[in-house]
Design a binder for this molecule. Structure first.
Ligand code: GGG
Length: 351
């Protein structure tokens, strides 16, 4: 039987609740065909308060040996500043393992009433490809004259040809497997260096994909269009920050931020890819056992697919869709009264 070594980082807040639910479903999905050898790491904000770091100094080296990483959430405000949690755990993993794309499906699930009148599952079905290692999250910058009236803060966005080209190429390839439409999202009117460069790369790569129709949108127009006419989106590609923001909007269009998953994919298959819900640690509901596990279960299905367990991944997705279609066992964010564990249990039954 095949064995996969999975590093599990529940992290903070609801991450500690949704990850065990995800593990339970994935175990059931592969039972009898593959073994998921989980190793759980207690890294995150609690670990930071005990040790002064979000993970041990050899944390990245430890993770490198795994087939994949399954992560819950990071963030414990106001006890630990958000930039400390993010830059102490998730971003170093993305950068060190060169997790160059962050794939985020935005899809209205059957039985869920989204906030858009007259827009159903036929109209809300897109995939975002988020640039994941540089852009506005490059980490280039600093502060000078701190605490004086002349204080200056710089956060320099970085766009390299190598990186933009491979991300855009991934998005074109994905569009080819879907409805053959790619929306490239920029802000080229205001950001005349980096975003005009992005447009140039998209136009160049498009030469290799004459079968894919390309639309270029400014990020503000894209936000409005996602609400007004979500059916105009098939695959969308955007910078680290823009696609992060728009996928939270996407989660809202799906009816809950507890639904969208994400796959952070390694460019070099020797490094582990990372799978996580789009949502964060949700401190407002953490500890109550009512967080929606669907995003994490879905992210787990993406992990199984990535590992080659496509049949099991498809069955997990069918079970999620059966769960939302029957609409009986749902967490409060979707209008139900079920707990995280009850939703996981029902998904296992439907498997
Ligand atoms: N699920 C991981 C998590 O905590 N996401 C919230 C978040 O703010 N992530 C930052 C990012 O994806 O850039």
């Amino acid at each position: 039987m095949k064995q996969y070594r999975i590093a599990v980082i529940p992290g903070d807040g609801v991450g500690k609740e949704v990850i065990p639910a995800g593990q339970r479903v994935l175990e059931a999905a592969v039972a009898g065909r593959a073994e998921l050898a989980w190793v759980v790491f207690p890294w995150g904000s609690d670990y930071y308060r005990q040790t002064g770091a979000m993970m041990p100094p050899d944390g990245l080296e430890t993770l490198r040996a795994f087939d994949a990483i399954y992560l819950g959430a990071v963030g414990d405000p106001p006890r630990v500043p958000d930039h400390v949690t993010l830059w102490g755990l998730l971003l170093p993993i993305r950068k060190t393992f060169d997790l160059y794309v962050n794939v985020r499906p935005i899809k209205l699930l059957p039985g869920i009433t989204g906030p858009l009148r007259d827009k159903g599952p036929e109209q809300i079905d897109m995939v975002f490809v988020r640039e994941n290692t540089e852009g506005e999250y490059a980490g280039a910058g600093g502060r000078v004259h701190v605490g004086t009236p002349h204080e200056v803060a710089l956060e320099t966005a970085v766009f390299s040809r190598f990186n933009v080209e491979r991300v855009v190429r991934y998005a074109f390839e994905l569009a080819r497997t879907r409805r053959k439409h790619l929306t490239s999202i920029t802000k080229s009117n205001a950001q005349r260096h980096s975003m005009v460069f992005w447009d140039t790369v998209v136009a160049e790569v498009a030469q290799d994909y004459p079968d894919v129709e390309v639309t270029s949108l400014l990020v503000d127009a894209a936000a409005a269009l996602m609400v007004r006419a979500p059916e105009r989106f098939d695959v969308a590609v955007g910078s680290n920050l823009f696609a992060d923001i728009l996928t939270d909007l996407g989660g809202a269009l799906m009816g809950s931020l507890g639904l969208p998953p994400s796959a952070n994919l390694a460019y070099d298959p020797q490094f582990p890819s990372l799978f996580e819900p789009v949502h964060g640690s949700a401190p407002d509901i953490a500890g109550r056992g009512v967080a929606n596990p669907i995003a994490t279960v879905w992210a787990g299905a993406m992990m199984l697919d990535h590992l080659g367990e496509t049949e099991a991944a498809n069955r997990v997705m069918q079970a999620i869709e059966a769960l939302t279609a029957e609409g009986k066992v749902l967490t409060p964010d979707l209008g139900g009264s079920a707990t995280t564990e009850q939703v996981a249990e029902r998904i296992v039954e439907l498997l």
